[in-house]
Design a protein around this ligand. Structure first.
Ligand SMILES: Nc1ncnc2c1ncn2[C@@H]1O[C@H](COP(=O)(O)OP(=O)(O)O)[C@@H](O)[C@H]1O
Ligand SMILES: [Mg+2]
Length: 604
């Protein structure tokens, strides 16, 4: 079995094609655009910064107190003074714990807020994009945008910002104190800094590409798992278990093979860091010890240097670690903004449009439509050509014809999921482009062949969160005979449906989707092959419901089984994007054309 490297599996990680490798560490333009995103949190950020400065400052004090204890209290045999210093030391440590805890809380709440506001903005923008956008962008990639990219940006504004700030504050403080206490000793251990710095950069350069591959391999494993679990039924039906298992083992081996060298390198680096601390310690003890012997340095001062040793090298590692986070954050921000910049192709009417209610008719005039607009002067792949028809209020119109003819596309245009390249679609004489989209769609009830049920209760699936009276719901349930199904469930309308309604049969799902359409009480009902995947028995049941559903409404029905549309007011035969015939059943039969042929095939 092949692993398909399609994007939709890559959602659990960033888009792997544009991972930060070689990207800018700092991008002013992008940062400028990111600032407004975090602007609402500027007070919190400021507060976090202040606490951080205090916390970094507090971190500088313990070695100073140690020095005092040794040089002043102990050297002066001042036991009371020593007690005070020790008391201060303990208090200081407690205070540091408190402040650090407060900082964690502030950072966490800041991070959570930033990330949820980002997600809301991004998802809000996606909700406004047209269906064409979702046709072209795999779900997985979009989820990655909303999930991991926002997370990367959050880290920039919490972890990175504060780590860097904290490192700067404590480094500056330490340098000042150490220089003041003993310039020569400070210079002596400073010689290590450039070495560590270079080493860290070298390490990062070497290890980052390795981890990139590791992540890719990891992504492959997750992709494989996702597919295999989704396709479990097929795997078991065809007894592919052992092959699948082998493939998984192979993927795992390849993952380990890339992971281990990266890990080994990382561990090596951190061991080396330990070595530098030992070298630093040696320098302080020899150089400092010598100075103590010569009376140039107090023992307390030497202990102070020892106390700062670890903290002194920390910022160097911290900075280099943040580089990766920054690169990732900027790459993420770029992708987030790419989405934010996309304008829907179906442009919503700004406001008003003096249309509220369907009164007379829906009309298609000379409509041409293609899903793909080709660049240049190339003729697009027309899906619909010269579509002209009128639906008068109260009529039941049927669309028939071979698959791929363009029936669903006509419906897509009517609901403005797409806009046609040419021609005009109007409702009561008003171009539907001039009617706010939600106002327009509110009057349509759409039932598709593939029923989409959300995880949640039956009630939630019927109302979709809209306020509805119990009466409204009861009527929908009653008319479609949904009660039979609800009776089988543990708690009626409040019963939980599995994802996509997996605990219902196809016919039951279809009934729920009809009830959903009815609950919204639409003026115009659109059934796109709504009963095609239902067995004839269920279909008959559904048909009874549909008949009542259609009472007093305008309807557009796409059906393969002609028995369901014999009494339509008008039947339009759609073939290769054109309306090739239209009329009543009897008229079309008389014509002895395309429709008559279809009819004979089904009823011969
Ligand atoms: N989202 C889409 N993007 C590109 N082409 C599409 C899309 N949906 C449908 N098509 C194409 O448009 C043509 C008409 O499709 P459709 O209207 O769904 O046919 P029908 O509903 O009559 O079976 C088909 O050739 C199909 O491949
Ligand atoms: Mg269709």
């Amino acid at each position: 079995m092949q692993i398909k490297k399609r994007d939709k599996h890559m959602w659990f990680d960033e888009n792997l094609d544009d991972l930060p490798l070689g990207k800018k560490i700092y991008d002013r333009q992008l940062l400028k655009r990111m600032l407004p995103l975090v602007k609402p949190f500027k007070l919190r950020i400021l507060g976090g910064g202040l606490i951080l400065v205090v916390s970094s400052g507090l971190g500088l004090l313990p070695p100073l107190l140690l020095k005092r204890a040794i040089d002043v209290n102990i050297a002066g045999s001042d036991f009371n003074g020593l007690l005070i210093t020790v008391g201060l030391y303990v208090l200081l440590q407690l205070a540091t714990f408190g402040v650090n805890y407060l900082m964690l809380v502030v950072l966490e709440s800041l991070g959570v807020r930033i990330v949820s506001s980002l997600k809301e903005q991004l998802f809000g923008h996606m909700l406004g994009l047209d269906i064409a956008y979702f046709d072209q962008h795999p779900v997985g990639r979009l989820i990655a945008r909303v999930e991991s990219d926002t997370e990367a940006i959050r880290r920039l504004f919490t972890s990175t910002m504060f780590t860097v700030l904290g490192a700067v504050v404590s480094l500056a403080g330490m340098v000042l104190i150490m220089m003041k206490v003993s310039l020569p000793l400070f210079l002596a251990i400073s010689t290590l800094v450039p070495v560590i710095f270079l080493l860290t950069i070298l390490f990062q350069k070497k290890v980052r590409p390795l981890f990139l591959v590791v992540r890719k391999k990891y992504a492959e494993i997750v992709a494989y798992l996702t597919e295999m679990i989704q396709g479990m039924k097929v795997i078991q039906a065809f007894s592919r278990e052992s092959a699948v298992k082998q493939k998984m083992a192979q993927l795992n081996r390849s993952y380990i093979k890339t992971l281990l060298p990266a890990d080994v390198l990382t561990m090596g680096f951190f061991s080396l860091v330990g070595v530098f601390e030992i070298i630093g310690l040696a320098i302080i003890l020899t150089v400092g010890g010598n100075m103590v012997a010569q009376g140039l340095l107090t023992i307390g001062a030497m202990v102070l240097f020892l106390g700062y040793l670890r903290q002194f090298f920390m910022p160097v590692y911290a900075f280099s670690e943040q580089v990766g986070i920054m690169q990732r954050a900027f790459a993420a921000a770029q992708r987030v903004f790419e989405i934010m910049d996309i304008e829907p192709r179906v442009i919503n009417a700004a406001s008003g449009g003096n249309w509220d209610n369907f009164k007379n008719s829906i009309e298609f005039q000379d409509v041409d439509f293609s899903y793909v607009t080709r660049a240049g002067n190339d003729e697009p792949d027309w899906v619909l050509r010269d579509i002209n028809f009128t639906i008068t209020k109260g009529e039941k119109i049927a669309l028939v014809g071979a698959t791929g003819g363009g029936k669903s596309s006509i419906i897509n245009l009517m609901l403005r999921f797409y806009d046609p390249q040419a021609g005009r679609i109007s409702i009561d004489g008003i171009d539907i482009k001039e009617i706010p989209i939600d106002k327009l769609r509110r009057h349509f009830g759409l039932v598709l062949q593939d029923v989409f049920l959300f995880p949640g209760t039956v009630r939630e699936n019927l109302t979709l969160g809209e306020e509805m009276t119990g009466e409204q719901l009861d009527r929908a349930v009653e008319i479609l005979g949904l009660q039979r199904i609800l009776d089988k469930m543990p708690s009626g309308l409040e019963s939980e449906l599995a994802e996509r309604g997996a605990n219902l049969s196809q016919g039951e799902r279809q009934l729920v989707s009809f009830a959903r359409a009815l609950a919204f009480d639409p003026q115009i009902l659109i059934l796109d092959e709504a009963t095609s995947s239902v067995d004839p028995m269920s279909e008959r049941l559904i048909q009874q419901g549909i008949r009542r559903l259609l009472e007093g409404r305008t309807a557009v029905i796409v059906a393969h089984r002609l028995s369901t549309i014999l009494d339509a007011d008008k039947i339009m035969v759609i073939h290769k994007g054109r309306i090739v015939e239209s009329g009543r059943h009897s008229e079309l039969l008389e014509k002895n054309g395309y429709y008559a042929k279809l009819y004979r095939i089904q009823f011969a």
